[in-house]
Design a protein around this ligand. Structure first.
Ligand code: YSA
Length: 347
């Protein structure tokens, strides 16, 4: 076979293979096989020196011409395949800008926050201002100023979570510490409600959480009596639950009141028949209350001979349970959107 025939055969074969290269990777492999340092065209050109002298000029020219032709063909094929590749990737990543957008999911106010707003509104109409206090509290406000000294057995019933051990700081076990904080900075008449989180190291069940919310209420003035306390909480129950829900006051003990009561409503979940939420009694305790103890008044510099007051602490989740028929207090902090969405109000 003459040199020219060899090169013609090489050119036909290389051209056929290049036409068959289906993608860029195959085209690059083709370039290496024919035009790379160990490619067949390169090897041919390197071998020209060993040909008979008379064949060398023709072989050299023809070999170089073939190299240029193949490099040209390669460049055209590479450009075609690269364009095709880009087209395919664009098609795969295509975004249809005419599709309607996904509506962002809007948050809604938590049922406990809704209850707090509602309670603040009701108490505002009764002349009470809403104020807030710290959740990390000193033992002085959480206990001492509430007539619960350090060695008093009543401290044990509060299931306290201590921030420092041993130490002065606790997570407040109730909103009552705000009674002293408000009175220390205000002169009577005082009428405040204090909503907020409280914490207790307590076993959980359908009506007990370890973190829950209370609403403290405090009224101090001349001539405040137990009738004012009962009237205020009765009005609250009417506003929240309507005229037919029964309410009950029973004697109870809290070191910071004298006398003290517990305030309950008949269980809305079983209509007073008895269930696991009201523990079969037909009543669910909403809060503790009473006439502010003279020692508490003295502790903040008020004269108990001149001023009297009532105070109460209500469980906000319990009120929301009775109001909306929720049968487990743990649902409020459970973070289940199916539960929470039922309370979403239209904006
Ligand atoms: C009493 C007299 C006052 O002059 C002022 C306030 C008080 C209330 C007192 N500070 C207190 O915390 N009483 S309490 O321990 O009985 O809690 C009050 C209310 O919080 C309960 O009636 C109940 O409704 C709610 N509660 C108590 N423990 C709870 C709870 N709610 C959910 N989970 C718990 N673990």
């Amino acid at each position: 076979m003459s040199v020219q025939e060899q090169l013609d055969e090489l050119r036909d074969r290389a051209q056929g293979e290049l036409d068959d290269a289906a993608d860029l990777a195959a085209a690059l492999a083709w370039e290496k096989a024919h035009l790379g340092p160990k490619g067949d065209v390169t090897l041919f050109l390197r071998g020209v020196g060993s040909l008979p002298t008379e064949d060398r000029p023709l072989a050299g020219r023809a070999g170089n011409a073939l190299k240029i032709v193949l490099a040209d063909l390669f460049e055209q094929r590479r450009a075609t395949l690269a364009a095709h590749d880009l087209e395919q990737r664009l098609a795969a990543d295509a975004i249809d800008v005419t599709l309607p957008g996904r509506p962002p999911s809007l948050g809604a106010e938590h049922p406990v926050s809704q209850m707090i707003d509602e309670l603040s509104d009701i108490f505002a109409l009764l002349g009470f201002q809403t104020v807030f206090g710290p959740e990390v509290e000193t033992a002085r406000y959480n206990f001492d100023l509430l007539n619960i000294p350090a060695d008093h057995p009543a401290r044990d019933v509060w299931d306290t979570i201590h921030v420092e051990s041993p130490g002065e700081l606790v997570l407040r076990t109730h909103t009552s510490p705000m009674q002293a904080r408000v009175m220390e900075t205000t002169q009577p008449p005082v009428r405040v409600v204090v909503p907020g989180r409280v914490y207790r190291y307590e076993a959980q069940d359908a009506s007990h959480e370890w973190m829950f919310h209370q609403l403290e209420g405090l009224a101090v003035d001349r001539h405040i009596t137990m009738a004012d306390l009962k009237g205020t909480l009765t009005e609250l129950a009417r506003q929240l639950f309507g005229p037919s829900r029964r309410i009950r006051f029973r004697c109870d003990f809290f070191p910071f009141v004298e006398p003290g009561v517990d305030f309950a409503v008949d269980c809305a979940l079983c209509n007073g028949k008895g269930c696991r939420v009201c523990k079969g009694t037909g009543w669910l305790e909403m809060g503790g209350a009473g006439m502010v103890h003279p020692r508490v008044l003295e502790g903040v510099g008020y004269d108990p001979a001149r001023y009297s007051g009532f105070a109460f602490g209500l469980g906000i989740e319990r009120l929301a349970m009775m109001r909306s028929g929720v049968d487990d207090v743990r649902a409020f902090a459970g973070n289940d959107l199916r539960f929470l969405r039922q309370f979403a109000r239209a904006a």
